[in-house]
Ligand binder design. Structure first.
Ligand code: SAH
Length: 216
């Protein structure tokens, strides 16, 4: 990724006050959050708010997630560098960029083509070459490149879509918000010897996951 010096001070403050102060410890995650220029993933009228502690609109009724949410979900995947990761809900592409700095290849699925178009431009400008984007229903996963060592869903699901459980590699980890359309609980799933282990983490509020294995 190319280095961007604009808003560097605000970015460092965001990491210090919102990420490190709240207990994120994975130094690779912290480094990635310090590097990726979040402002480039929102419209320029939002640049001055891009490093604040909340989600922002990205058009099409969708949002870029709160920085802390991005950091904590990413930390749960425990990426070391050589994983293949599937993301459902590309949105702005910000979470995609963070993942791309931490693993070997990111496959990201989005259902709204206009968002994919913009995300593709931003990620290309930043010089990423290990990201694949596609427009389709992410509740069906992306079977062509499965299995994935990590799966991250950045929209709220009524239940964990079966296709995603199937496409998770052995010893793989998945994070996904599960609940109703207004609020969810972050679910953490691990697969060991073909068996699924599931834990519930903190409460969260994501836009709905819309599709065959999500909300209709
Ligand atoms: N990670 C994104 C968050 C975007 S919001 C970011 O940081 O910008 C969640 C996204 O999930 C929205 O863009 C929405 O269109 C998308 N989405 C909802 N249902 C989906 C589905 N079934 N497949 C793919 N994307 C979906």
């Amino acid at each position: 990724m190319i280095e961007v010096s604009e808003w560097k001070h605000e970015r460092e403050r965001m990491v210090k006050e919102q990420i490190v102060a709240r207990g994120i410890e994975d130094t690779r995650v912290i480094q990635a959050m310090n590097k990726v220029p979040r402002h480039l993933f929102v419209e320029n009228t939002y640049y001055h708010q891009a490093y604040n502690d909340y989600p922002l609109p990205i058009g099409q009724n969708q949002t870029i997630s709160q920085p802390y949410m991005v950091a904590s979900m990413t930390e749960l995947l425990e990426l070391k560098g050589n994983e293949k990761v599937l993301e459902i809900g590309t949105g702005s592409g910000y979470q995609t960029a963070i993942l791309a700095l931490l693993c070997s290849k990111v496959y990201s699925v989005e259902r709204i083509s206009e968002l994919t178009r913009k995300a593709r431009l931003t990620l290309k400008q930043l010089g990423f070459s290990n990201i694949n984007l596609i427009v389709r229903d992410g509740t069906l996963g992306w079977s062509e490149f499965a299995p994935y060592n990590g799966i991250i869903v950045t929209a709220g699901a009524p239940e964990i879509p079966n296709a995603l459980i199937e496409q998770l590699a052995n010893n793989g980890r998945m994070v996904i918000p599960v609940g109703n359309e207004a609020s969810q609980t972050l679910n953490f799933v691990e697969k060991h010897k073909g068996r699924i282990y599931r834990k519930e983490f903190f409460g969260c509020a994501f836009v709905p996951l819309v599709g065959k294995g999500g909300w209709k």
